[in-house]
Design a protein around this ligand. Structure first.
Ligand code: GLU
Length: 323
């Protein structure tokens, strides 16, 4: 099947997806273990695409900011890889966990080395890598700077109410961090590392901003408007591989099966999906399924990728089979 690259056709596709999502009755459940997220209105849906050439296509509530939550783990992984390169893999693995995002079970078996950087335990380690040698506020600024630079937008902030709510109720994350620390895999204090982690998760962005942010991942680490690179092409390839295999918690296999592009989900209901060389896509709807992924944003990506022929496992055929 031929891939769709044309903005007008894509606009038609996302308009009809957004229209369909408004009428969906089954919308999932908001993440209520973070009280502030439980207050978000379920009846919102947004989607935005930024093409490799910079064209922007939006539909629905694409301008409404939401809590990016675990999508921020892509940012800390980017910074941690730039900071310590391949030695990062001594402190965090690269295998899907097959367990829920906040599970503690594997940590004990695997001596405090989390399975991958996208489960909470792994993201706590990458936050610790970013934090080492500076104050928590500076580390948060560094993450926000990357966010703003990649998105080309200074209007991106931490939602302090969500951050406070996470800090007050983050008992499981505290347990994970304490355990990792007991196994000597944190360099900073548990409270400092978590203060970075809770705030990175609480960054608020709209679908449009998030799709802009993801463009460096679609462009091999490059910022399109300048010759600047956020990260090398080689490391971008690694991040995308991890997004494909571990980006949707213990539903990552199903996500690859159904949709077939690297993606990172968050319990705020957002999903960032990357079609390498083609586009960055953000979809958002706050209701989650039983694995913690947005029910309708997943469905929207499924529809979009199918209609646009964007699955990495589809591809254009460049030769004739008849010869
Ligand atoms: N801040 C959330 C937590 O630590 C992030 C979870 C997520 O989006 O997967 O539980």
């Amino acid at each position: 099947m031929a891939r769709v690259y044309d903005a007008q056709t894509l606009q038609g596709i996302v308009d009809s997806i957004a229209e369909r999502m408004v009428g969906e009755v089954e919308r999932g459940v908001v993440a209520n273990y973070i009280p502030e997220l439980a207050t978000v209105n379920l009846n919102q849906f947004g989607i935005a695409i930024v093409l490799a050439n910079g064209e922007v296509i939006c539909a629905g509530d694409a301008e409404v900011p939401f809590s990016i939550q675990s999508i921020s783990k892509v940012l800390t992984l980017t910074l941690a890889l730039e900071r310590c390169g391949a030695t990062l893999w001594q402190r965090v693995g690269r295998e899907p966990s097959g367990d829920p995002f906040n599970s503690i079970i594997q940590l004990e078996y695997e001596k405090g080395v989390p399975r991958n950087p996208f489960i909470n335990a792994g993201a706590i380690v990458t936050a610790d890598v970013v934090l080492e040698g500076q104050k928590p506020d500076q580390a948060v600024d560094q993450i926000l700077d990357l966010c703003r630079r990649a998105a080309g937008d200074d209007d991106i902030f931490v939602d302090q109410n969500v951050a406070k709510s996470e800090a007050q109720t983050g008992h499981r994350n505290r347990a994970l961090a304490q355990f990792i620390s007991a196994e000597n895999n944190l360099r900073c204090t548990v409270e400092d590392t978590l203060s970075v982690y809770f705030r990175q998760c609480s960054i608020a962005m709209s679908c449009r901003q998030l799709a802009h942010l993801g463009r460096y991942l679609a462009l091999g680490g490059q910022l399109a408007e300048t010759d600047d690179a956020i990260i090398t092409q080689e490391r971008t390839r690694r991040i995308l591989a991890l997004m494909m295999t571990c980006g949707a918690y213990d539903a990552s296999g199903d996500f690859a099966f159904r949709i077939g592009i690297p993606a990172k989900t968050g319990v705020g209901g957002g999903i960032l999906g990357i079609v390498p060389g083609v586009a960055s896509v953000a979809a958002w709807c706050p209701g989650l399924d039983n694995k913690g992924n947005s029910l309708l944003a997943t469905r929207a990506l499924d529809d979009l990728v199918r209609q646009a022929g964007w699955s990495l496992f589809t591809g254009d055929v460049h030769f004739s089979l008849e010869e």
